[in-house]
Structures are given as C-alpha cells and as structure tokens.
Design a protein around this ligand. Structure first.
Ligand SMILES: [Zn+2]
Length: 271
C-alpha cells in the first residue's frame, strides 16, 4: 500500500475513473487531493470557497482512496467561515501556502486554532516557493515556530522545506522538545515531497533517517503532481528512487512502510 499525500487539483474536467486508473498505474492506493487555490494564489479569477469545495467533492466524494483537503487562505476576511463550511462538507484536512503573510499573522492564528480544535491537520508549503513573486521569506521553517501558539495542531511542512532542510529538522526537534514540556504542543510532520532536486535526495533521506530524532513515524511521502494529469510514470520513478535510497541506508527498521503508508493515517486522524 502506497500513499501520496500531496496532489494538486487544477482546472479541468472531472475524471475520477481516469485518476483512479493513474493511481493504480503508479501503485498508489490513497491520495490526498488539494482543492483549487484561493484568490491570493491565482493568476486569473478564482472560484469562491463554495465552488472550490464543490469541485473538490466532485473528485473525491464517496471514494475512500481520495482524501479531500481544502486550500484556505487564512487571512481572507471570511477564512473562519470558510473553515467551518469546509469542515461541515467533510474535508479531512487543509492546505495553506503562506505566500503573502507571515505564518503567525494574527488573522491566521484563529483559523489554525479552529482547524486544530476540529481535529483536522494542515499541510503547509515550506521552502522556496515557485510562484513568480517575492514570497519565500514567509515559508522558512523557523516561521512555523508560531504554531506553538496552536494547541493540539497536527501539521506538516511540505518539501522538507528545501533548501532549508536542516532548519526544518531543527524546528522538528524544537517542537518535539516542546511536546515533552507541554503535551498539547503541536505535532509536526515532514512531507518529503520533491522539491528537493534529485542530487539532494540522498542527502535529505540520510539526514532525516539518521539525525537521531524520533521522526520515522512523522514522515509523509508525496508527489506534488497535478490532477487532471496525474503522471504515474513520474510518481513511480520517485517512489523507486526513494525506496532504493532508503534501502541503501540499511536502517533495519520498517521505515518504508511508515513513510509510504501508515504515517498518513496518523497525520489524518491523530491516532
Ligand atoms: Zn504542492
């Protein structure tokens, strides 16, 4: 069983059978599907919250292999209402890209807290952001220390924050230490979705698995593919490459099963 925790919807005809066939071709069982972006991330006109949720539902509703996440801009004036609406409509988690606001913006914190109170996770972009704008500064891992102010949140930093992977791991260590002081401190995951160019992959995997932190059950695997157009051959290539690199570390622990499968469940449910 393989999971892909990072798949973006884009505009296009809904073709669920086509997506499921592509997942089968990649050997992926379960995929987290991220809704169309909010206005702040769109170059053209953006659909409103209700339309974006309807689009998400038309892909995912009733199909347990497809896990719907709503991409929210937490500084939009009605963001709390959007979060409530998305929760009522059954989303399993949220996506946030802090492309135009500091992560701990006072408008965003109540939204994170509402999501945490509902027991749902947030997948954040982190690292360099390829959006054609002056934005990556908001996505540096240390910015995410602000989430210490969000009790019981489960969150993941995507792309292992490339190129700031060391900083990402250091923040993970800090958050874990905070949990030893305060049980309601947030629980951080690292989504190792590429991001990292191939030449950095060996180094990244070596560091995450040998740093000595209790991290193996907090790593998620994703492709960052878009739908429609899920590229099964590309996904398979990354799965095989990562799998081989992990084998070469000879860790002697079932880390691949955790990374590719079981960790997603604990990210989604907290169990
Ligand atoms: Zn992405």
């Amino acid at each position: 069983m393989l999971s892909d925790d990072h798949v973006h919807l884009r505009e296009g005809a809904v073709d669920r059978p086509g997506l499921l066939a592509s997942l089968d071709a990649a050997g992926v069982d379960t995929a987290v599907i991220l809704s169309l972006p909010p206005a702040s991330f769109s170059d053209g006109p953006s659909a409103d919250a209700s339309q974006r949720l309807s689009n998400l539902e038309s892909w995912c509703a009733g199909e347990p292999r497809l896990v719907p996440f709503y991409w929210i801009d937490p500084v939009e004036p009605d963001a709390l209402d959007q979060a409530g609406l998305a929760l009522r409509r059954g989303v399993r988690g949220f996506k946030v890209i802090s492309n135009h606001f500091p992560l701990g913006d006072s408008r965003a914190m109540p939204v994170y807290r509402a999501i945490a109170a509902a027991g749902r996770p947030i997948l954040f972009h982190s690292g360099i952001l390829w959006d054609g704008r002056d934005s990556s500064r908001y996505c540096r891992p240390a910015e995410f220390e602000a989430l210490l102010g969000v009790p019981n949140l489960r969150f993941a930093l995507a792309h292992a924050s490339w190129p700031w992977c060391d900083e990402c791991l250091a923040v993970f260590g800090k958050l874990e230490q905070a949990r030893s002081r305060r049980p309601d401190a947030p629980r951080m995951f690292i989504d190792i979705t590429p991001g990292t160019p191939v030449i950095y992959r060996d180094e990244l995997l070596r560091r995450v698995f040998t740093i000595g932190y209790d991290i193996a059950d907090r790593l998620l695997w994703g492709s960052d593919c878009v739908v429609p157009g899920y590229d099964a051959a590309y996904v398979r290539e990354w799965i095989d490459r990562d799998s081989g690199l992990i084998d070469s570390l000879a860790l002697g622990r079932p880390v691949k099963e955790q990374l590719f499968d079981t960790n997603l469940r604990s990210f989604l449910t907290g169990s």
